[in-house]
Design a protein around this ligand. Structure first.
Ligand code: ATP
Length: 512
């Protein structure tokens, strides 16, 4: 499917099959806020578990936390969010549409990337087996030209943002002759900063109410609890604290479905380390997180690193793991070397020491921090959009199949009586009762079995078990595989063992 078409299909499929609904839809929805339906909530939970197991359960030096969304307002002074959590915005005077100035420039560079991809495809076709992609990328003059142009633009953008030179960001937009996608005009306002935090109030009366913020990231809940966890858990450096939870940002441009939401969920881990070891831990977590992504089997070519030119006020190194979404490569996860910025700043604002006594070095210090931060909703979109496929079958018919990694599929197996008589539904239901202790199971007896298979394909269910007349005689069932559509005759315990093995975390995470 072409990208635009795929994205439309993703939206309609997500809604039609109960994965994602617009929030408060009966009131025409709320911009960039979404609800997860009966299928979506299960997929989201499984993705969260997949992360949690890899980060917390499998690492004896990483523990969990669940901090509150509301925090003392000074937290956000200390973290820098009150002063610096801004995005540069620009309006088009003709369409009256608002954009993030940096995103307009990045999208321009994205188009250069698309041109490079097209050249690669053309050349691959022309040269066949002899095609050497790396050599082509480094020697083809047109491709090298696009690449150099893109890099120079991003470098300049990074520098201007770092210096808060918003006039230069505007000049860049003008020089590149970027037009408003809606009006097609170049009639832009100046670039301004816009703070992304949502404010709210605590307290019953207007006079005594305290101004609060809904947390824009979960990380600060970890920093303020650093000593609580370190002391009560008797943790020794290096160690990590992981948490998942809602974060809120008043995004300027909130399009692209669940990619950029105003209320979303993050999965973050702060890894506390001795100062001076940040380079090696940065390399370690970059590699470890990429391996984790690869383990989901969405295709290694769909990921790439993007090193930051513009470093946030707290970081001494940072990169994104980008994923190839239907609208191009975009950030899925951020990995940041945050130095001792956060803990030191909380020390300063709270007047409390946030230090660690290192028994080996025999000294007290403020630990450095390595952060991995991934958006659960973006991960959902990556997995969902990559899995949604339209296939033409041998007989010329087509099927829609959601090839979700089996380990995160909402339903692992659907049990289907071939017909609604002869006692088959009762046997099928007894199988459901037996299986549901170990895995999520669906039961379906409506429509012809072929149509039921198609429905489970569209929901991403990796296995179906069909109970038929032979089951009455020898207790065997047909197990049908979503991806190959192959069928096999097995006893129920054999089928159960096969499914359990295929969906086990060890099977998926064992190699990372
Ligand atoms: P972007 O540049 O796309 O705005 P960011 O660099 O501000 O993202 P971080 O602050 O590093 O993002 O947040 C960590 C992760 O949280 C991101 O990698 C992304 O997966 C997720 N995330 C951030 N903002 C949103 C949002 N508005 N909606 C959904 N997920 C988000």
């Amino acid at each position: 499917m072409a990208n635009q078409e795929l994205f439309k299909k993703v939206l309609s499929h997500a809604k039609e099959y109960g994965f994602v609904f617009p929030s408060s839809e009966i009131y025409d929805g709320l911009s960039a806020v979404y609800d997860y339906g009966q299928q979506g909530v299960a997929l989201k939970k499984n993705l969260r578990d997949y992360w949690w197991k890899a980060m917390v359960q499998l690492n004896d030096n990483i523990v969990g936390l669940d901090a509150a969304i509301l925090m003392h307002p000074t937290t956000w002074k200390a973290s820098g969010h009150v002063d610096a959590f801004n995005d540069p915005l620009i309006d088009n005077k003709d369409s009256k549409k608002r954009y993030r100035a940096d995103v307009l420039v990045e999208d321009y560079v994205g188009k250069l990337d698309t041109k490079i991809e097209k050249e690669v495809k053309k050349a691959a076709k022309r040269f066949g087996d002899a095609f050497d992609k790396a050599q082509f990328l480094s020697t083809n003059p047109r491709v090298v030209g696009y690449k150099e142009k893109g890099d120079a633009i991003l470098k300049r953008l990074g520098k201007s943002l770092e210096k808060e030179d918003l006039a230069d960001v505007k000049s860049l937009i003008e020089e590149l002759e970027i037009v408003c996608p809606v009006s097609g005009s170049k009639n832009w306002t100046e670039v301004k900063q816009f703070n992304l935090m949502f404010g709210t109030k605590l307290g019953a009366s207007a006079e005594s109410a305290t101004e609060l913020y809904l947390r824009p990231e979960t990380a600060q809940g970890i920093f303020v609890n650093f000593l609580n966890v370190q002391k009560t858990g008797r943790m020794k450096l290096p160690f990590g604290i992981a948490q998942t939870g809602k974060a809120f940002r008043n995004e300027i441009v909130a399009r692209q479905f669940i990619f950029r939401m105003r209320e979303f969920e993050q999965m973050e881990m702060q890894f506390f380390i001795p100062p001076g070891t940040q380079k090696e831990w940065y390399a370690h977590w970059k590699e470890t997180r990429l391996k984790w992504h690869h383990s989901l089997g969405l295709g290694e070519d769909n990921y790439r690193f993007h090193d930051h030119e513009k470093l946030a006020h707290y970081a001494d190194a940072a990169c994104d793991i980008e994923f190839k979404f239907p609208f191009g490569f975009k950030e899925l996860e951020g990995i940041h070397s945050r130095t001792d910025f956060d803990l030191s700043s909380h020390e300063e604002f709270s007047g409390k020491k946030l230090q660690y006594f290192d028994p080996e070095r025999q000294e007290n210090y403020v630990p450095y921090v390595l952060e991995t931060s991934i958006g659960l909703d973006r991960l959902f979109l990556a997995v969902f959009s990559n899995s949604l496929q339209e296939e033409t079958l041998e007989d010329g018919s087509s099927r829609t199949v959601l090839r979700l990694p089996a380990v995160v599929a909402p339903t692992k197996v659907a049990v289907l009586p071939l017909v609604k008589k002869d006692g088959l539904p009762d046997i099928a239901k007894s199988f459901v009762d037996e299986l549901k202790w170990d895995m999520t199971v669906a039961y379906d007896e409506k429509d012809a079995v072929g149509r039921r298979y198609r429905r489970q394909d569209a929901l991403g269910t990796p296995f179906c078990i069909t109970v038929d007349h032979q089951t009455l005689e020898d207790q065997t069932v047909t197990i049908r595989y979503r991806d190959s559509m192959a069928q096999e005759r097995l006893t129920l315990p054999e089928a159960k063992a096969k499914i359990n093995a295929a969906v086990s975390f060890q099977n998926w995470l064992g190699d990372i």
